[in-house]
Design a protein around this ligand. Structure first.
Ligand SMILES: Cc1cc2nc3c(=O)[nH]c(=O)nc-3n(C[C@H](O)[C@H](O)[C@H](O)COP(=O)(O)OP(=O)(O)OC[C@H]3O[C@@H](n4cnc5c(N)ncnc54)[C@H](O)[C@@H]3O)c2cc1C
Length: 475
């Protein structure tokens, strides 16, 4: 391994091969602090050619590669947990905006660009890169594409996959797959770039991407509403769509329990509505048309919904600062759960028209297996994606074996209801190492065999991100 480390130093420069224990530590654990791994080194190449050379050197030495973006993933996908020699590879030095095209609306970036920097580069040209999530200040485009991230704008603009025109990938043998296309239409052959999106780094390292840009909305309005039932929240979604069409930019729901937890653990976040029984909906509408009065349109929609009894209470932001304050409530959610207790979290996806049934089943069945738990639900209702958080009292999970048994029982219930309604166990976070067994249990065997065949073809030596996404063949 000394020879490999020397070679890596000569390829990327000695200061970009980190082996010192304290410097290495942050990349060896995941954002939630649930997984810890080991690596020979953190390696930070500065170009696609350097990534390719690093991968070739590792392949020759039989050393695996764990790609890591901003390390904000929520399923342990970027933590080097496999019991074999490996390096962590990060693209922090590959953070260039390569080019922006006004006609054709595209931006070509290094995959190490932080998402917020890509949003800003688009904004500087008066355009919008719509992918948006709570971790946007530190997650990277490579991580976003590898997890097929969703976020709060997916309702209108789609998930990460929908925003990609072209891709550049270093394959497990060190060759470079250059598909940095700007084509909007291409009917020639398999669309191979799709394989690498959502692959969680198991098929190669994404080093660059050509992404779609959009017109930048100049008119925006944000409101929070309280409705009595989850079915009412969905009725409000339909009403908003009927009335506002594509102007509906975000529709996020939070259960009362979720709001209570935010109020308890994030006192700096102001609550604009009384936290009473029911569900809370954060609605944003946006348009590019200069004379569109977004506030009036949203107010009229909410007034009609209140008149018909659909909405119990609502508040409309009257300034940018108030709109941001409403979003702070939603963005506080990922941080506060762990202060409340031990969070068994799910990133479930079911067809939108089965969501109300899904929530009803969870409210009935989760207390059967976890009567002492708080059930907090939030998420991107318009996408059929709910984050189901079953929060156990810390005292009840101090013993590791007991904790595992409780987590398994809860997962079994949530996954069974997800499957019964034709859903997926992860809508946007991925499988990583956290959800291997659940994924193996849920996925269709034919689909799993196809995935294994793709992996075996592209990465026969299993060098790319071992221990992630694909469960061991015996599982
Ligand atoms: C506060 C908070 C809010 C969040 N909100 C959302 C949300 O609303 N929607 C959502 O979808 N996610 C959300 N997430 C999860 C997370 O931010 C996303 O999954 C994000 O896309 C991960 O990007 P990253 O750069 O941090 O990737 P990492 O966590 O570093 O890696 C994620 C996976 O991608 C692989 N990978 C990373 N870079 C590359 C590359 N260049 N090539 C190949 N593989 C690579 C890793 O090996 C790993 O498997 C949130 C996380 C936090 C902490």
């Amino acid at each position: 391994m000394t020879a490999l480390l020397d070679e890596l130093r000569s390829l990327v420069g000695p200061t970009h091969v980190v082996t010192e224990v304290n410097d290495l530590a942050p990349v060896l654990t995941d954002w939630r602090g649930r997984y810890a791994g080991q690596a020979l080194a953190l390696v930070k190449p500065a170009s696609t050619a350097e990534v390719a050379a690093v991968v070739r050197a590792c392949a020759a030495a039989g050393v695996a590669v764990t790609p890591q973006g901003g390390n904000t993933g929520l399923c342990g996908g970027a933590t080097p947990i496999a019991a074999r020699p490996q390096i962590v590879l990060r693209l922090d030095r590959m953070n260039r905006i390569r080019a922006i095209g006004r006609l054709g609306d595209w931006i070509a970036v290094d995959a190490g660009c932080v998402l917020a920097d890509v949003q800003q580069a688009a904004a500087d040209r008066g355009r919008l890169f719509p992918l948006s999530l709570g971790a946007e200040g530190s997650c990277q485009i490579g991580g976003n594409l590898s997890t097929n991230a969703g976020g709060v704008a997916a309702l209108r603009y789609g998930v990460a996959r929908d925003l990609v025109l072209g891709l550049e990938v270093v394959l497990p043998d060190g060759s470079i797959y250059d598909a940095m296309s700007r084509l909007r239409k291409d009917a020639t052959g398999y669309d191979l770039k799709q394989l690498f999106i959502g692959a969680e780094g198991t098929l190669g390292i994404i080093t660059g991407a050509t992404l779609k840009l959009f017109a930048r909305p100049t008119r925006r309005a944000t409101a929070m509403a309280r409705v009595s039932t989850f079915a009412d929240a969905l009725a409000l979604l339909t009403a908003a769509r009927d009335r506002l069409g594509d102007r509906l930019a975000a529709f996020e729901v939070m259960s009362r329990t979720q709001l209570d937890i935010i109020a308890r653990h994030a006192p700096q976040v102001a609550m604009p509505l009384a936290i009473e029984a029911g569900w809370f909906v954060l609605i944003e509408i946006a348009d590019v048309v200069a004379d569109f009065d977004a506030a009036a349109a949203l107010e009229a929609m909410l007034a009609a919904a209140m008149e018909s009894g659909l909405v119990a209470d609502a508040v409309l932001a009257t300034s940018e600062a108030q709109a941001e304050a409403l979003w702070r409530i939603r963005h506080a959610a990922p941080e506060v759960g762990r202060k409340e207790g031990f969070v068994v979290s799910h990133d479930s996806s079911v067809p939108v028209d089965s969501l109300a049934e899904f929530v009803a089943r969870l409210e009935r069945r989760v207390p059967e297996v976890a009567p002492d738990a708080a059930l907090a639900i939030l998420g991107h209702a318009g996408d059929g994606n709910l984050h189901v958080l079953v929060i156990l009292p810390h005292d009840s999970v101090r013993d590791a074996a007991a904790r595992e048994a409780r987590v398994a029982a809860i997962n079994a219930v949530v996954d069974a209801e997800t499957a019964a309604l034709g859903g997926a166990i992860s809508a946007e976070h991925g499988v990583g190492c956290a959800n291997l067994a659940r994924f193996a249990a849920a996925v269709d065997p034919v689909e799993m065999a196809l995935m294994r065949a793709v992996k075996a073809t592209l990465d026969p030596a299993g060098l790319m991100n071992p221990g992630k996404l694909l469960p061991p063949a015996s599982a």
